[in-house]
Design a protein around this ligand. Sequence first.
Ligand SMILES: Cc1ncc(COP(=O)(O)O)c(C=O)c1O
Ligand SMILES: N[C@@H](CCOP(=O)(O)O)C(=O)O
Length: 463
Amino acid sequence: MRYQSTRGAAPLLGFREATLTGLASDGGLYVPEQWPAFTRDEIAAFAGLSYVETAVRVMLPFVGPHLDEDALRTLCTTAYGRFAHAAVTPLVQLDDRNWLLELFHGPTLAFKDVALQLLGQLFERFLAGGSTQLTIVGATSGDTGSAAIDAVAGRIGVDIFMLHPKGRVSKVQRRQMTTVLAPNVHNIAIDGSFDDAQALVKAMFNDPRFAGRFQLSAVNSINWARLMAQVVYYFYAAVRLGAPDKPVAFSVPTGNFGDVFAGYVAAKMGLPVAKLIVATNINDILHRALSSGDYSTGTVTPTAAPSMDIQVSSNFERLLFDLAGAPIGDQMRGFEAARAMQLTNAQRDGAAGLFASNAVDADGMNEAMRWAYAEAGQVIDPHTAIGLAAARASGLDPATPIVTLATAHPAKFADAVERATGVRPTVPARVGDLHQREERYDTLPGTYQAVSSYIAERAIPRP
Ligand SMILES: Cc1ncc(COP(=O)(O)O)c(C=O)c1O
Ligand SMILES: N[C@@H](CCOP(=O)(O)O)C(=O)O
């Protein structure tokens, strides 16, 4: 498989190079040149497969020629061996049509582990025996940071610099990052929002002087391998609920549009998906874009679902490119200059069939947490609650099962959960003595100069 940039002006890359590179040199995002597709019979044959075997079948078309089936199986077995549930991503029934897909059984308690545990394995495999020193630069609103740090802490050949918005992540999220004291882990709290952090990361990739000095790589969902790994659980869940004979809808708590884009890829690969419900909090740019074509940024408002306090959704570019059927460099550069754009008619019409959207406020979120607890005894986190609220308000045919992606363990957001439900979730024992450990991080102004100089002083340049 070869990978092309959404902006059409970067070299085509193979899977290995796309994984190690992250962002394309023209500022675009890498996507496969074509979508591999499964027949209905092939999808039906996924029934009864373990998570690892499903993962091997779904991802194999994307990874050749750099990995063969056995190598991919080995990596998946190691990556998913660290999950605390035998099913890796179990389904939990809430009522006669609503289900939760629990994606938080990995080491850092959020769905990011599903992709980042694999990405850590891929980095190790692709760097083995060589002299490359990767400089990973990432931005996090809380969950990517901890999952990426867990995946690469202590690995030879990798340094990770992770930017988080100071004071805007939960205490558990912060400590999961800042108490990892491995010498290759560098945590930076910046004054600003997640969008500011993400813009700084992209600016470093797009600065030829900086990017030329270091072998930069990405752990955010701008890296194609992240999304590839997330496609798997759409197949795994849908097949358990009757696919391909029965279409299934998914409600996805959304910020950077990575998780829901993985659902779009699953549909492109032949999975019968009834609807993808894009559920945002009150930072609703994606809901506005999908419902009215208006993709214009505003100010980020902090919420109790902080991981989704995002305005510029990186992966929306991948969808717009696919719907346009041609590179969209001009459209994206126009957006970056004006921080606003209108979707074209082709993009709006193309999205309308598969996507629905909803913006859920604090009352809707709290009500969903209470409903899940009263109806099914399930304590859910605020992000999952936003997905569930959107699922329950979707108006879809009642015969269609709706799977809400449960993206984080409730203990990561214990205060908000307790306020809504009266129940205080406890951090699972596998996370250890998080609140006793020493923390280490630096605080910087959210300026390019400050952050790029900090990294340049510590990262190992190319030979
Ligand atoms: C708990 C949680 N839910 C949902 C999201 C949104 O996912 P995405 O950015 O892939 O849309 C995030 C952050 O990405 C998150 O950390
Ligand atoms: N919610 C995310 C934001 C970054 O998203 P990513 O999927 O692009 O890494 C976080 O928790 O950091």
